[in-house]
Design a protein. Structure first.
Length: 453
């Protein structure tokens, strides 16, 4: 069967739009950090938690994807996600201090954590495997655009009006897309299983502890958080392998090719979100550009990525994963190597060209790696694989945000200190690109384990 119903197409469109709104706001706020620092009288390290906390909550929410998509109907999940997006957005728009802003972002994080995995699982379950590449490529473009368009949108609104309008403008758009998905979603069967509270608490503590530990490793609090996070992660893995209904079936990580796909996906996302912090912050502090100009640097790559996303999905369907990985990894290596070697003499054209090349490589690798990875699993494990991919995607963004902000601020926030720190940031990005290329080289495709039906 190769025909996809109109209702399924509209559901996918609505879910992609709702996810887009959540991610757009996330990266829109990245260019407002200097403004938030002045308005709330906080440091860059404190301001970046607006994004880090959001992504962390998205990741934690996604960890229960396999449970939520069997326990509740798709329509219930869409309505819940849309409602939380609106409630959180209103709180953010009216926030009088950083705490209230963080509260609103945490609520919106739950909404995005529901929408993104539901978008991908709808495609994997209701679209034939022979057409999944083009659907993920086309629909995924909408989501993939958001991290790069966000800084431009946020910079324009912040510079022309104020950062609060970022939320007011996007709220009605989220409502429209959420309603479209809720009305058209196909009824899905449910299983009245109990919520695995202990496992959820363990994974939440593990993810939070590891982020805090890595970013505050030079302090006693960071070391303690890291240890607690590792203990919680160990406990989660033990429970997942010894109980009948685990939150995530970790046995999927016994598939060697799946592990490589997850690693590539994680690192590519880490680098993508890290650059949405690095580039606008550098442009504002070193070149003294406005928030709109700083965000605009990311626009060209985003537009090209949008046009090429469906094409790379078609390449995956026709030529396989090794071809798209070869193209994508080559572009990312050229981008990160060039910007690292020229980091001491960065100009606007150099940074712009580096970002464009990276975005082109990103659109070839990112969504196709997810599609390929899920195709390596039996159909009954798609929920677990989807939860793993999407949890690690957001966790990579959270880690990329906080680590890049910490590296930029490690020598101070003056123009000279930021320029010096950028060299180390680009060195890290190049090193990670090498790891991605090595992991991609070791992938040897097998036939999909999913049926075509």
């Amino acid at each position: 069967m190769t025909v996809v119903s109109l209702r399924t197409k509209l559901t996918i469109l609505g879910l992609a739009g709702l996810a887009f709104c959540g991610i757009l706001v996330e990266t829109s706020l990245n260019v407002t950090f200097p403004t938030l620092m002045r308005q709330f009288n906080v440091s860059l390290t404190a301001a970046q938690w607006v994004t880090t906390a959001y992504l962390l909550v998205v990741a934690i929410t996604m960890s229960v994807t396999a449970f939520s998509e069997t326990r509740f109907t798709a329509r219930q999940l869409v309505i819940t996600g849309t409602s939380l997006f609106v409630i959180g957005g209103v709180i953010c728009a009216l926030a009088s201090n950083l705490i209230w802003l963080l509260t609103g972002r945490v609520i919106q994080g739950v909404a995005t954590g529901i929408a993104i995995p539901l978008f991908f699982s709808t495609i994997m379950r209701q679209v034939p495997a022979s057409r999944q590449g083009i659907y993920v490529g086309t629909g995924g473009v909408v989501i993939a655009l958001a991290p790069s368009l966000g800084p431009t949108y946020g910079g324009l609104v912040n510079q022309m009006l104020n950062w609060r309008m970022i939320f007011w403008f996007i709220l009605p758009v989220g409502i429209i897309f959420g309603t479209l998905a809720a009305v058209n979603t196909i009824k899905t069967p449910t299983d009245k299983r109990h919520f695995p509270l202990v496992q959820f608490c363990l994974i939440a503590v593990a993810l939070s502890g590891l982020v805090i530990g890595i970013t505050e490793i030079r302090q006693l609090l960071g070391v303690a958080a890291l240890v607690i996070g590792l203990i919680a992660l160990t406990g989660f893995i033990w429970m997942a392998t010894h109980i009948r209904q685990p939150l995530i079936d970790v046995r999927i990580f016994t598939h060697r090719t799946f592990i490589r796909a997850v690693l590539i996906y994680f690192l590519v996302q880490f680098m993508q979100i890290g650059q949405t912090i690095l580039i606008p912050t550098y442009a504002q502090i070193v070149w003294h550009l406005g928030s709109f100009g700083a965000g605009l640097i990311l626009m060209a790559g985003a537009v090209l990525s949008a046009f090429l996303g469906p094409l790379t999905g078609r390449w995956f369907d026709q030529y396989g994963i090794r071809f798209v990985l070869a193209v994508g990894c080559s572009l990312m290596l050229i981008s990160t190597a060039g910007t690292w070697l020229l980091a001491g003499h960065l100009t606007l054209p150099i940074m712009l060209a580096g970002n464009i090349l990276y975005e082109l490589g990103f659109c070839a690798v990112f969504n196709n790696t997810l599609t390929f990875g899920l195709q390596q699993l039996p159909k009954q494990n798609i929920g677990d694989g989807n939860a793993s991919f999407n949890t690690l995607q957001q966790y990579a963004g959270s880690l990329g945000t906080t680590l890049m902000a910490a590296m930029l601020a490690m020598r101070g926030t003056t123009a000279a200190a930021t320029a010096n720190s950028a060299w180390w940031c680009y060195a890290l990005l190049f090193g990670l690109s090498l790891v991605v290329a090595v992991a991609a080289w070791g992938i040897h495709p097998k036939s999909s384990l999913q049926s075509e039906g």
